[in-house]
Design a protein. Structure first.
Lengths: 112, 114
């Protein structure tokens, strides 16, 4: 069966450190993979999109990698701040389909 | 900055009643979506809408659900006969293009079915 797996346990890090979040998938051949941020009681907010033929994408303090052999994407936040505390969602679209499927998300807690 | 808006923010209804959730997508976007998120669960796709018709729907989107774009700005989700398990946060989203583009989500409508 198809699965998108993200760390279910919250990730606790100190301000200034780099946070690394993982998204693993099985039985998908994603054309695109996206990362969103979700705050409690709010809608997801788009952060980054990476295509299957791209290895890495950066935007300010954010970096995403995409390894289609390992079936994994890593999401990095460098110089993390308490304001980065939120749940981060991985979402992907399978080749040939238009539906975006979300993982359950990983909660990130950045302490001062 | 343009944003997706949704009304109401919270809707309480009795089981068996019909509800209509409303959304105003970003004006130049062409693709519209509804998702739901049950408390503590993941965001689940319901339906996508393009060119005035449903382009894709999930297994969740059964005959009790319908969508409509009644005018040039609103996009609605109707649940005909609500069940307790329909209680969730419902998010509307829109995008310029299909799923290769980022989606912009609204703040959600919390639906509580009693």
């Amino acid at each position: 069966s198809q699965k998108i797996e993200q760390n279910s346990e919250a990730l606790n890090i100190q301000e200034g450190k780099t946070a690394t979040l993982t998204c693993n998938y099985t039985n998908y051949s994603p054309a695109y993979l996206q990362w969103y941020r979700q705050d409690p009681g709010r809608g997801p907010v788009f952060l980054l999109l990476i295509r299957e033929n791209e290895k890495e994408k950066r935007k300010e303090r954010l970096k995403v990698t995409f390894d289609t052999t390992l079936k994994q994407s890593l999401f990095h936040i460098t110089a993390s701040q308490p304001a980065d505390s939120a749940t981060y969602l991985c979402a992907l679209r399978n080749s040939g389909y238009s539906t975006l499927t979300f993982g359950k998300g990983t909660m990130l807690l950045v302490s001062p | 900055e343009p944003e997706v808006t949704q009304t109401p923010s919270h809707q309480v209804t009795q089981m068996g009643q019909e509800v209509i959730l409303r959304c105003v997508p970003i004006s130049n976007h062409l693709y519209f979506y509804w998702y739901r998120q049950i408390l503590g669960q993941k965001v689940e796709f319901l339906v996508s809408f393009y060119n005035n018709e449903i382009s894709e729907k999930s297994e969740i989107f059964d005959d009790q659900f319908s969508v409509e774009r009644p005018d040039g700005s609103n996009f609605t989700l109707k649940i005909r006969s609500t069940k307790l398990e329909d209680s969730a946060m419902y998010f509307c989203a829109s995008s310029v293009g299909g799923s290769s583009y980022e989606q912009y989500f609204g703040p959600g409508t919390r639906l509580t079915v009693t």
